[in-house]
Design a protein around this ligand. Structure first.
Ligand code: DGL
Length: 290
């Protein structure tokens, strides 16, 4: 396997800045790997949009990362994973991973017999992808899915621990509490920031599955299996190197610095703005036949 390939960055894309929770988990799990992040901040949110649109956007986002020379594409966005992962696996020239499978596998490994809950955007929940995955092991009566569209804006406004968030939690999660779930999949990039609120609402007996952590674990396993982990020139693991992060965004939103830092846990620098023309062109280049 050639070194050049192993030294390439991992590409991560999301509808906006929420996927920085996945970038953070990847950096923690694979600290020596370089990471390129694309956030489609000009067209966020994806969670309220229809399948056709999300699929078209996801093609362009992934195409942009491929044009950056990445060795693996990680779809951090749950909504894009739900609608586009199968298609991207067919057309991308590099391996691609989404958040849904790792989240499902972790929940199935951790449940003490169910029922299991999953929360996400309207698109993610209505796609039925999490339910399908869980349904390979659990019967339909043990799977409880809820769309929670207000959670994304609440997190973006920094309203964790706020009375407004408590109200929204009560509204959305009461049926999951009543169902007596023992495990809850956080099926959206933004929800890891709500862990404390969710813990209070659901109670300590409900195990919260963070899709970001599950995905980072899956990415590490996939790179190892494909011999794509970064190695030094003597083919040894590089342990003392801190990987670089590059950021591409399709817009710089007003609260970019504040929101970005909230998700990533540190300041974001090295940002390049990508014009929508460039994005559309990379989507077309990906696989002109499809
Ligand atoms: N990134 C999206 C997800 O994980 C949430 C934000 C959006 O709706 O675009 O589903």
């Amino acid at each position: 396997m050639n070194d050049d390939l192993r030294r390439r960055p991992i590409g991560v894309f999301d509808s906006g800045l929420g996927g920085l929770t996945v970038l953070r988990a990847l950096h923690e799990r694979l600290p020596d790997e370089d990471l390129v992040y694309f956030g489609d901040t000009a067209r966020v949110p994806y969670g309220t949009k229809g399948e056709r649109t999300v699929l078209a956007f996801a093609r362009q986002d992934a195409g942009l990362l491929v044009a950056q020379g990445v060795k693996l594409v990680v779809v951090a966005c749950n909504t894009a994973s739900a609608f586009a992962l199968d298609h991207l696996s067919e057309v991308l020239p590099v391996p691609v991973l989404g958040v849904i499978e790792p989240g499902v596998a972790t929940a199935l490994a951790r449940t003490r017999g169910g029922p299991v809950g999953v929360i996400g955007t309207s698109g993610t929940i209505r796609s039925g992808r999490y339910q399908e995955g869980l349904g390979r092991v659990l019967d339909a009566g043990s799977i409880h899915a809820r769309e929670c569209p207000l959670f994304v804006p609440l997190v973006e406004e920094g309203l964790m621990g706020h009375a407004l968030t408590d109200l929204a939690m009560e509204e959305y999660l009461a049926p999951l509490r009543a169902a007596g779930i023992d495990t809850l999949i956080l099926g959206c990039t933004h929800y890891p920031l709500l862990k404390a609120d969710l813990g209070r609402t659901m109670g300590p007996e409900v195990d919260l599955v963070d899709s970001a952590e599950a995905l980072a674990e899956a990415a590490a396993a996939r790179l190892a299996a494909d011999s794509l982990r970064r190695r030094d020139s003597d083919d040894r693991a590089v342990s003392d190197r801190s990987g670089e992060m590059k950021f591409l965004l399709s817009d710089i939103p007003w609260k970019f610095a504040e929101i970005g830092e909230r998700f990533l846990g540190r300041k974001i620098d090295d940002v390049r703005v990508v014009e929508l023309d460039e994005l559309e062109a990379t989507g077309r280049d990906l696989d002109p036949g499809s």
